[in-house]
Ligand binder design. Structure first.
Ligand SMILES: O=P(O)(O)OC[C@H]1O[C@](O)(CO)[C@@H](O)[C@@H]1O
Length: 538
């Protein structure tokens, strides 16, 4: 029973068209299908699922040895098999004693790096560490892309009310001269601290942006020590950073057992800590650690990341829904959909299993979203009336950091209304009744009614945070990290590599050469013609 994903899919097939709304005849459903961890509450009662199906999912997860796989990750087994690496971002937010027991001899280096990072933050804030011109820093520019950008970006945005240090922290990721120019116009050269983040220190976009900013600083500043004094880097590739011109004392290490998209908890978080202070950064990590403990110890039926993962698989494979909408109804969480797009799709957007076999099931959904209520005036039309059912995660904070309470109430009401509308829908007969009550003629009712029906039966989760604080936000990020890990494990793929991004990088380099006059037989006539149009326009 329930040995294979296929068994789960067969079970789901039988209930695909069941009405979610009718499941609420069980008066205890909302209580039963919800769980709390710290400051986060998850209501999953609006999913198309019942007790026996959840039990089947738990049983299947047990049969897949999920508990063992979770232990393997936390204990540092090399579960990233294609790169022969452990996956230990959780150790970065663990207690000192746990760090020692997991990381062994590396623990000391990790703790020293944490201390060094905290010292940099203290010294920059107190003015002990000054710019090359002897002034206090006013701004920080973080340069990095992908996993060396999204975590910082989402946390900086979410924790704006906790930016207590007075430093203005900016991020530069995209390789676009316009974005670079924007920063140059905005930033004061003499008082900007730069943090270059690149695990490999070979990433084209980051190196190009860093070089442009470096040249700009060198040409605009009076002091030629500006790079040595005002720049820091986070990387595993120390030699490359030194060749780039940074002083060794200004390099904080990374380790190959921390994946880029799970690296916020390492020194990669330096720009964030420079905004929210050391205390804020510790609280962020403590929230994540709280979720780690819960994930490691809670039974599957109470385990929030496991539940989210299994519900996602139920929707993706069982009910064959191919997308996932992330809809935070909180301005501070507006960067979350973009962050989760990377974390989820770069981790699990794969079709080959850990042993190289072609998987015979679908994996990561297409993740998209936007802050509410903007989405309601855009793509939610499709969610209500197209044939595609798009499972949704609604995320709200019960208490807003804004003083505009009436706005917050309207925002939350809209959020609850959308999950209800997506579930209830509106049938043809309901619409006809409404039109008739409003006095429409029978001809008008017949022609208008089909346009006004809503399919309903769209499943959703609602996540409530007491408020968005460093601690609750850390827990939220860890929740999704673990959800994605569980899904990858159950889909039997490696969530921790990203070979799919390589071909584009190779072809990008080749195209640059063709733009400079080299011949290529590997490119299609379409691309060659586009290159020629670009060259003509130059
Ligand atoms: O930190 P790096 O080495 O510059 O890499 C940046 C990002 O590029 C990727 O390799 C691919 O997008 C990510 O996994 C990584 O986070």
């Amino acid at each position: 029973m329930f040995q294979e994903l296929n068994d789960i899919c067969q079970l789901a097939k039988q209930v695909k068209n069941r009405s979610i709304l009718e499941l609420f005849t069980d008066a205890n459903r909302a209580d039963k299908f919800s769980v709390s961890v710290g400051d986060i509450f998850l209501d999953y009662s609006k999913q198309n699922i019942c007790d026996n199906e959840l039990s089947a999912l738990f049983q299947w997860a047990e049969n897949c040895h999920l508990s063992e796989t979770i232990n393997e990750m936390f204990s540092g087994e090399k579960i990233n098999k294609t790169e022969n690496r452990a996956v230990l971002h959780t150790a970065l937010r663990a207690s000192k004693s746990l760090k020692h027991s997991i990381l062994k001899e590396t623990a000391q280096e990790v703790i020293e790096t944490e201390n060094k990072m905290a010292e940099i933050v203290d010294n920059v804030c107190s003015g002990k560490l000054l710019s090359a011109s002897g002034e206090k820093f006013t701004d920080v520019l973080a340069i990095g892309i992908g996993g060396s950008y999204y975590g910082i970006k989402v946390a900086l945005t979410a924790l704006k009310p906790y930016h207590t240090t007075g430093l203005n922290v900016h991020v530069l990721a995209n390789v676009d001269g316009g974005a670079v120019e924007e920063k140059m116009r905005l930033l004061p050269v003499e008082t900007t601290l730069v943090v270059v983040i690149s695990k490999t220190f070979t990433t084209q976009e980051t190196l190009l942006n860093a070089t442009a900013i470096k040249n700009w600083m060198l040409s605009s500043a009076n002091n030629k020590d500006i790079i040595e004094k005002q720049w820091f880097a986070i990387s595993t590739n120390i030699d490359a950073v030194i060749s780039f011109g940074l002083s060794k004392q200004h390099i904080l290490p990374m380790w190959d057992w921390v994946g880029g998209r799970f690296s916020l908890w390492s020194a990669v978080g330096l720009p964030l800590a420079l905004a929210i202070g050391n205390q804020g950064f510790s609280q962020l990590k403590s929230g994540a650690a709280q979720m780690d403990d819960h994930f490691k110890t809670a039974s599957f039926s109470e385990n929030m990341p496991v539940l989210l993962a299994l519900l996602g698989i139920w929707n993706r494979n069982g009910l064959a829904h191919s997308s996932l909408a992330i809809l935070p109804y909180d301005h501070s969480l507006r960067a979350l959909p973009g962050y989760l797009q990377q974390t989820d799709m770069e981790s699990n957007g794969k079709s080959v299993g850990v042993n190289g076999e072609k998987l015979s099931w679908q994996t990561a959904p297409v993740v998209f979203g936007q802050e509410g209520t903007n989405g309601q005036h855009a793509f939610m039309q499709l969610m209500h009336q197209s044939d595609d059912i798009i499972p949704t995660d609604f995320i709200i904070a019960l208490n807003s950091s804004s003083p505009f309470n009436s706005h917050h109430q309207v925002l939350v009401a809209n959020c609850f209304a959308q999950s209800e509308a997506l579930m209830q829908g509106k049938s043809l007969s309901q619409v006809k009744e409404e039109l008739s009550a409003a006095g429409f003629s029978s001809d008008d009712i017949e022609s208008l009614a089909p346009h006004k029906t809503m399919k309903g039966n769209t499943p959703s989760n609602t996540l409530l945070l007491k408020s968005v604080t460093p601690k609750s936000f850390g827990a939220l990020l860890a929740l999704y990290e673990h959800k994605i890990f569980v899904q990858g494990a159950l889909w039997q793929l490696n969530s921790f590599d990203q070979w799919g991004v390589e071909l584009g990088k190779q072809l990008g380099n080749q195209i640059l050469k063709v733009m400079d006059g080299e011949q290529s037989e590997r490119l299609s006539s379409s691309s060659l013609s586009l290159i020629s149009k670009f060259n003509q326009a130059k």
